[in-house]
Design a protein around this ligand. Structure first.
Ligand SMILES: *[C@@H]1O[C@H](CO)[C@@H](O)[C@H](O)[C@H]1NC(C)=O
Ligand SMILES: *[C@@H]1O[C@H](CO)[C@@H](O)[C@H](O)[C@H]1NC(C)=O
Ligand SMILES: *[C@@H]1O[C@H](CO)[C@@H](O)[C@H](O)[C@H]1NC(C)=O
Length: 502
């Protein structure tokens, strides 16, 4: 009895030791796997040595060292075959890759109040917008006022009356009593612009975009808006707008550290399916991207407030910072909000006449009460026919008329179409949706590198036309976003026509 009891206990003990060891091995290998995933580039880690080399070569080939000669295509003329064409995109992300990035897909973003001291409270009791105020003038102004008050003591009520008249001395480009109204709002058609008031706590700003391969413009957006946008919702699909397979380039770049400077503000959204009917009618696919981006993205934000600002852009639409900062810091503007964008093609050098005024912003309250939480409705101009609109307008206590930041002669951002190197234009051609006819990617001769370069050189369009452009100068006001101008050599191809004959 005793002996068998003992041996049972020993056996249990041995089992225990074995289990503990097993558990230890599990933990260690899990940790090892986990850190490996985080520190090593995803592609390097997950691909087998041979396919890894191939994938990397193809990725690099596509992204960076694209051959400059004409592309030769397989001659079977099938729509689907040219998708792979020469560019031979990397293989689909496999199941393993999807699993490893669950944390990106499930990530929740917590919105917090921005405690940046945007305004200063002056001694005479005025509130001035820090950046827009001439601080030296303010200091001497304050001294004068104090001096005056000491010599002619005022009664309490007249001091209060005096306070209202104190205006901050504004720097060039800033207006209003607090110097917080930028020129693009001052010259806009905002009916209530004389009645706007600075907020005590800034609104949180959410900027949502879909991304394909506009990575230079993405860096530009992030730098332009980094200090005014609280979170960027960035959606990427493993399908092109045409319905073909597409590698998750952006995910790769997030994981390999390319966006570390802004990663804390990015909410990554992965669209893993293609909408029904999207292949027949490309507009369905186009709309669906925005719907999914908004719905999935907004559902993963915590701490959203009704007066937060939602801005939906295409990847090639970059609002300038000052106008967005105004939305963040002021009360009293109406919605929906459009933005007048400077239009250009292939780079900033082919500027087009006029502006593109796109409805792009509204409050979170309006997004949900009027637009049903679907960003696609914001981009259309039919808000007043939407069922929730009258009720929502009533609840705000004011007449909601749309207005736009900027004006036809005051750019409040940039719309840079087809702003890529030739290889990027090629990729945009073949991944374009089926519906924006004619679909130039279907014509072999229009996909040739020499043809694409000639378009960039002349500012011509795929239909053979050569529009009339006004002259431009990189030194002109609002020529291009600051980040690009600050990195002129790196982004030279967007700032000066690379093929112009000197
Ligand atoms: C995209 O990812 C989803 C989920 O992993 C997968 O089911 C689908 O087949 C992928 N799409 C393509 C084109 O491979
Ligand atoms: C990330 O990957 C891209 C493309 O593969 C590469 O060009 C870039 O240098 C990588 N960045 C880092 C920080 O590894
Ligand atoms: C608007 O608000 C008022 C009171 O605030 C209410 O009496 C009226 O029914 C509302 N109208 C609509 C269309 O909601």
């Amino acid at each position: 009895m005793g002996r068998s009891y003992l041996s049972v206990r020993m056996r249990i003990k041995r089992h225990k030791v074995f289990l503990v060891c097993l558990l230890g091995i599990c933990v260690i290998s899990f940790l090892h796997y986990y850190t490996a995933l985080h520190s090593i580039s995803l592609l390097q880690e997950l691909s087998s040595p041979s396919s890894h080399l191939k994938t990397l070569k193809m990725l690099r080939g596509f992204f960076w060292n694209f051959p400059t000669d004409d592309i030769h295509f397989k001659q079977n003329g099938q729509k689907s075959s040219h998708q792979k064409g020469f560019v031979d995109l990397p293989d689909l992300p496999d199941a393993k890759q999807v699993v490893t990035n669950l944390h990106l897909q499930k990530q929740i973003f917590d919105l917090h109040d921005d405690s940046t001291p945007f305004f200063i409270h002056t001694e005479p009791g005025a509130v001035c917008f820090h950046e827009g105020t001439d601080l030296a003038a303010l200091a001497s102004h304050g001294r004068l006022l104090k001096h005056y008050e000491e010599r002619t003591p005022l009664k309490d009520d007249s001091i209060n009356a005096g306070k209202k008249e104190i205006r901050c001395p504004c720097r060039q480009g800033w207006h209003g009593p607090q110097c917080g109204i930028p020129t693009v709002v001052y010259h806009s058609n905002l009916p209530s612009k004389s009645k706007v008031t600075p907020r005590k706590v800034p609104r949180r700003v959410i900027n949502a975009i879909n991304i394909n391969h506009e990575f230079d413009l993405l860096h530009t957006r992030f730098h332009e808006l980094a200090d005014v946008v609280d979170t960027f919702l960035v959606c990427e699909s493993n399908f092109t707008a045409y319905g073909d397979a597409r590698p998750l380039y952006f995910q790769h770049l997030i994981l390999n550290g390319t966006f570390d400077y802004i990663k804390h503000k990015i909410l990554y959204i992965f669209l893993d399916h293609f909408p029904d009917g999207g292949r027949m009618d490309g507009w369905i696919a186009d709309d669906y991207l925005r719907t999914y981006l908004t719905k999935n993205g907004m559902a993963r934000i915590q701490g959203l407030k009704p007066d937060d600002v939602f801005i939906l852009n295409d990847a090639d639409e970059i609002p300038s910072r000052d106008g967005i900062l105004f939305l963040k810091l002021y009360d009293g503007w109406t919605e929906p909000v459009g933005i007048h964008l400077r239009k250009s093609l292939y780079g900033f050098f082919w500027r087009q006449y006029g502006t593109l005024n796109v409805l792009s912003a509204c409050t979170a309250a309006m997004l949900f009460k009027v637009y049903k939480g679907d960003g696609i409705y914001l981009r259309r101009r039919s808000y007043y026919t939407m069922s929730g609109f009258r009720e929502y307008e009533n609840s705000t206590g004011r007449v909601l008329v749309p207005w736009a930041i900027g004006s036809p002669v005051h750019y409040a951002g940039w719309h840079c179409s087809w702003c890529f190197k030739p290889e990027g234009i090629y990729y945009k051609l073949v991944s374009a949706q089926n519906g924006d006819f004619p679909r130039w990617g279907d014509y072999g001769e229009k996909r040739k590198m020499s043809y694409i370069k000639e378009l960039i050189r002349t500012g011509g369009w795929f239909d053979g036309s050569e529009p009339d452009y006004p002259p431009t100068d990189p030194k002109e006001h609002m020529y291009a976003p600051k980040y690009l101008l600050d990195n002129y050599d790196k982004y030279h191809y967007l700032l000066e026509n690379p093929y112009a004959k000197k």
